[in-house]
Design a protein around this ligand. Sequence first.
Ligand SMILES: *[C@@H]1O[C@H](CO)[C@@H](O)[C@H](O)[C@H]1NC(C)=O
Ligand SMILES: *[C@@H]1O[C@H](CO)[C@@H](O)[C@H](O)[C@H]1NC(C)=O
Ligand SMILES: *[C@@H]1O[C@H](CO)[C@@H](O)[C@H](O)[C@H]1NC(C)=O
Length: 285
Amino acid sequence: MFSRLRPLGVVGLGVGGVVVGYLAGNHKTVAHNSWTTNFKPTTPWDWNWDRRDPSSLIEPTTKPDGTLNKSALKKNETDDEKTERATCKATRYILLVRHGQYNLDGATDKERTLTQLGEEQARLTGERLNELDLPITRLVYSTMTRATQTAQIMMKHMKQQIDTVETSDLLREGAPIPPEPPLGGWKPERHQFFADGARIEAAFRSYMHRAPPSQTTDSYEVIVCHANVIRYIVCRALQFVPEGWLRMSLHNGSVTMLVIRPDGRVSIRQLGECGHMPPNKLSLT
Ligand SMILES: *[C@@H]1O[C@H](CO)[C@@H](O)[C@H](O)[C@H]1NC(C)=O
Ligand SMILES: *[C@@H]1O[C@H](CO)[C@@H](O)[C@H](O)[C@H]1NC(C)=O
Ligand SMILES: *[C@@H]1O[C@H](CO)[C@@H](O)[C@H](O)[C@H]1NC(C)=O
């Protein structure tokens, strides 16, 4: 009598809004045309996610005790001038590189060195960044052996004059947050999540933010680190639920690119990109 897919009809909602419902077996599907349904996100985009919105950067003219701050007043700036001085003007392109394949049998970090394939992956990724000829000004790498080796091999193959090369313990591999869906055997109350989570969040806050107002040209920066750290940073930067980090998987030596605009808008241009590697250089297992 009834077909399996049964239109329920059209229901008016809001001014000219329409919702079309279907019953497909026991599954109910609702299609909204969002330009007419007064869509309100449950968690709207937080424009001041990095606390670098001009409103956060303009110094108050009063001191914490309520008295006037004479040195702030002495600048005698109009509100527009203050805002201009605190406004970001440039875009940051952040390239997150996962280290190459490494020896999983090593007992300590020092012994977990890149395999021969891992070294080749690092070389191919360095050559790729060289070919792209991006004006890279900064490269930061995790202090773990496999990331350090990857960064050093990459730099040998890049002709860019990188002004700032830094290492960071914040970027070391770890367990960022209990994943959803859970992973068997990983108890959410594991002490690793408790300790690493705060550190990896600190890595996100330290490295992912809009450019400082003093920066006048767009910048390209490379961060060489680890799959869990990159996946967590991607979720946080895009304001997706961080618990979803384990739903993504990244190739060894792959490049993920996040773009941070002056107004605080963030987009992802590529995730785990590894098209620069011939098939026999991809480590799939
Ligand atoms: C007073 O203003 C100056 C300039 O804006 C700022 O550097 C300083 O930290 C302020 N002092 C206090 C106590 O808020
Ligand atoms: C502040 O600037 C205005 C106009 O730019 C000027 O008329 C005024 O004299 C200045 N005040 C001080 C204290 O410098
Ligand atoms: C990357 O290499 C590690 C070993 O170093 C391996 O466990 C992992 O499966 C590889 N992942 C991918 C996606 O190539």
